[in-house]
Design a protein around this ligand. Structure first.
Ligand code: SAM
Ligand code: DTB
Ligand code: SF4
Length: 324
């Protein structure tokens, strides 16, 4: 049964179970709603890197911090299409374009992104974007161009939000998610752990996601990639147990969603990633780069898929919770 009325207390009880009980429960739910050997493979491309006016404390692309990320303006259409073809060749079925923007502006760059979406859709890939805040009209334009999904993370709890980002509010994030939903675009929204937040914050973020009027179709769980030069540069790496708790709880609360084991895989041995798949993760980012940081190589992921007998999920497979 799909519920959007979870209470914090219920979520706490799920989250704080002994870890093996939690994983077992999540694995059980996972098997009721998904084919456990199937994993969605997505590829990321940063189409506009760095120079972002926001002050997200984790991010390599904010102008507020001195990081070593080379800034570049919007990539051109042929370059992006070439990357999309390569991603498809390597077995990805979703191509996600990220831009270091605070919000989308109605300018030439937006028109170029719409062109990119049309071109990538023609390749038969699911197209996803993450471009910052959107108005309802912009979301509609993205939909008309053929956008399948939009990624817009809550990142952390409402309570901890201002410790991490001061240049926008949690409510701004929710508003964009509403605009995306209204336009009939598949919603991708999750967060990051390892920002110095407490278990209560993690529960609170999951509570917000699981009590949206409709669950996101995909929920990325990122482990912080600590970036030199940012305020969070010295954060300790999260453990596999913390990732498992988040993934398993997300899986139980939002059974139909794709739960994505996102940033942080580079540091995880196959055995740890296998536990995450057991706990209900069924999507990953592949390709040797995320947006600005490294990710496991194609060969490493091939070897993992073979070892664990995993199959890539096909593109545009009907999502139970999407009406169209
Ligand atoms: N600028 C847009 C935005 O913030 O919505 C889109 C791009 S932004 C880089 C996309 C997401 O990547 C963020 O919301 C955050 O969840 C994730 N992210 C960014 N830097 C990260 C890091 N160092 N470690 C883990 N996740 C990160
Ligand atoms: C998401 O949840 N994680 C991705 C994607 N959505 C855009 C981004 C991860 C970024 C990790 C740090 C970097 O490469 O800059
Ligand atoms: Fe900008 Fe997005 Fe990075 Fe925040 S996470 S600084 S909005 S690129």
């Amino acid at each position: 049964m799909i519920r959007t009325d979870w209470t914090r207390e219920e979520i706490k009880q799920i989250y704080f179970q002994p870890i093996l009980e939690l994983v077992y429960q999540a694995a059980t739910v996972h098997r009721q709603y998904h084919t456990p050997s199937e994993v969605q493979v997505c590829t990321l491309l940063s189409i506009k890197t760095g120079g972002c006016p926001e002050d997200c404390a984790y991010c390599s692309q904010s102008v507020k911090y001195n990081t070593n990320v080379p800034v570049h303006k919007l990539l051109d259409l042929p370059t992006v299409l070439q990357k999309a073809r390569e991603a498809k060749q390597a077995g990805s079925t979703r191509f996600c374009m990220g831009a270091a923007w605070r919000e989308v502006r109605d300018n030439k760059d937006f028109d170029k992104v719409l062109e990119m979406i049309r071109g990538i859709k023609e390749l038969g890939l699911e197209v996803c974007c993450t471009l910052g805040m959107l108005t309802a009209e912009q979301a509609q334009k993205l939909k008309e161009a053929g956008l399948y999904a939009y990624n817009h993370n809550l990142d952390t709890s409402e309570e901890y939000y201002e410790k991490i980002i001061t240049t926008r509010t949690f409510q701004d994030r929710i508003k964009t998610l509403e605009n995306v939903r209204k336009a009939g675009i598949s919603v991708c929204s999750g967060g990051i752990i390892g920002l110095g937040e407490t278990d209560e914050d993690r529960i609170s973020m999951l509570h917000t996601l699981a009590t949206l009027p409709q669950h996101p179709e995909s929920v990325p769980i990122n482990a912080l990639v600590a970036i030199e030069g940012t305020p969070l540069a010295k954060q300790k790496r999260v453990s596999v147990w913390e990732m498992l708790r988040m993934i398993a709880t997300a899986r139980i609360l939002m059974p139909q969603a794709m739960v994505r084991l996102s940033a942080g895989r580079l540091e995880m041995p196959i055995a740890e990633q296998a536990l995450c798949f057991l706990a209900g993760a069924n999507s990953i980012f592949a390709g040797d780069k995320l947006l600005t940081t490294p990710n496991p190589t194609f060969d490493q992921d091939q070897a993992m898929f073979q070892l664990l007998n995993l199959q890539p999920r096909q593109a545009y497979k009907a999502h139970a919770s999407l009406s169209s």
